[in-house]
Design a protein around this ligand. Structure first.
Ligand SMILES: Nc1ncnc2c1ncn2[C@@H]1O[C@H](COP(=O)(O)OP(=O)(O)OP(=O)(O)O)[C@@H](O)[C@H]1O
Length: 361
């Protein structure tokens, strides 16, 4: 399967700069999620890779071959859109085979054999004689995916393939799609605004914001080592707790003095805060309990500090949790705290790096 190389892609729509120098390489057989908020440029990037949109600058290459000037229907890629876009008057079999017959030039019997093969893998054989209106949303999406995979393209592009499905189906199909892509070995790009989908499905995630890539990494990289405030606040559920501090100022961590040449923000994950008796070197942060959310696996205690920051603390299930309105103190091991520049939004590397000193008062 081809490697997809995206180099310095720029795209404007009139005044709007949709993509601002995007570079990304997806390895042979790898599944990369492009994760970002609405309007960040995800769909535009996918459409450029598919050849449905032309970039102002930059290039897309499949397996080392530039796709410049190659029309969408001649590129070795299949795309699954958010809207399933099945032909309503055709059966599922017709929907899968049409492209194979008229796009790839397969005979009717060869196209139908291939459709049956992929339908078996997708467990939708029993739906082949049905028309879209006779299927549920999840079934229609499986057929749309089967249609894309039946092309046996080297590159599979998915644009929010799970949106509009109910929560249970969404979670089930997420697992199936990821397994299916692995099975066919396709090089896949999967656009989503849902970080749980990205974390669950992808080998690596490219986080995109305002037309630029913020960070590319494995789900664990992004979670444990966010390069920017944007990634820290976007990846993870709950997202990283963020505590702004003016330069030479005090933070909501009671025991902590920050000495920095610029204003910084301290970040700490909910599971690194504990309500248990703090270790001697731990950093305490106090506030009022707003809400306790049982998640089944554990409980998330929502607290508001005296400075007004919203803090989430993950507590093991079965432990006693404080009632709303109670004043509590949580604490974090200093090593779990990340420091970000407020000016650039970037991670400053470590507590003592880049002119930032964070120490006990
Ligand atoms: N055909 C177009 N004409 C004008 N502006 C466009 C066009 N397509 C996209 N844009 C603009 O480009 C930016 C990126 O849009 P894009 O659809 O790629 O974002 P997205 O991240 O996929 O968003 P969503 O998750 O809401 O689909 C947005 O500001 C959008 O308004």
């Amino acid at each position: 399967m081809p490697t997809v190389e995206i180099t310095a892609i720029r795209k404007t729509f009139g005044e709007v700069l949709a993509l601002d120098g995007i570079g990304l390489t997806v390895q042979d057989g790898e599944n990369v999620a492009v994760l970002g908020p609405s309007g960040s440029g995800k769909s535009t990037l996918l459409r450029i890779i598919a050849g449905l949109e032309t970039p102002d600058a930059g290039d897309v290459a499949f397996g080392g071959v530039s796709q410049r000037g190659i029309p969408a229907h001649r590129r070795d890629c299949a795309i699954v859109f958010q809207q399933f876009a099945l032909y309503p008057h055709m059966t599922a079999m017709g929907n899968i085979t049409t492209g194979l017959r008229y796009g790839l030039g397969l005979s009717k019997s060869a196209a139908e054999a291939r459709a049956r093969e992929v339908a078996t893998v997708m467990r939708v054989e029993h739906l082949l004689a049905r028309k879209p209106r006779q299927m549920s949303g999840g079934q229609r999406q499986r057929i749309a995916l089967a249609r894309a995979l039946a092309r046996r393209s080297g590159v599979v592009l998915l644009d929010e393939p799970l949106s509009g499905l109910d929560a249970q189906l969404h979670a089930a199909l997420r697992v199936e799609i990821a397994a299916m892509l692995r099975q066919v070995g396709a090089t896949a790009l999967n656009v989503t605004h849902d970080q749980l989908d990205a974390m669950a499905m992808a080998d690596r995630i490219a986080v995109i914001n305002e037309g630029k890539i913020e960070q590319v990494g494995t789900p664990d990289d992004l979670y444990d080592h966010p390069d920017s405030l944007f990634v820290a606040g976007f990846v993870g559920s709950p997202p990283m707790n963020l505590l702004p501090v003016e330069s030479e100022g005090e933070s909501s961590f009671d025991a902590v003095q920050v000495k920095a040449s610029e204003s910084v923000t301290l970040g700490v994950r909910a599971e690194h805060l504990t309500l248990a008796e703090p270790a001697a070197d731990a950093w305490p942060v106090s506030g009022l309990v707003v809400l306790v959310e049982p998640t089944g696996v554990d409980r998330v205690v929502r607290m508001r500090t005296d400075r007004g920051e919203a803090i989430a603390i993950r507590c093991p299930a079965g432990t006693a949790t404080p009632a709303p309105g109670t004043r509590i103190t949580a604490s974090a091991p200093p090593g779990a705290v990340r420091v970000f520049s407020q000016r650039t939004g970037r991670h400053l590397g470590g507590l003592d790096d880049a002119g930032v000193v964070v120490c006990r008062r």
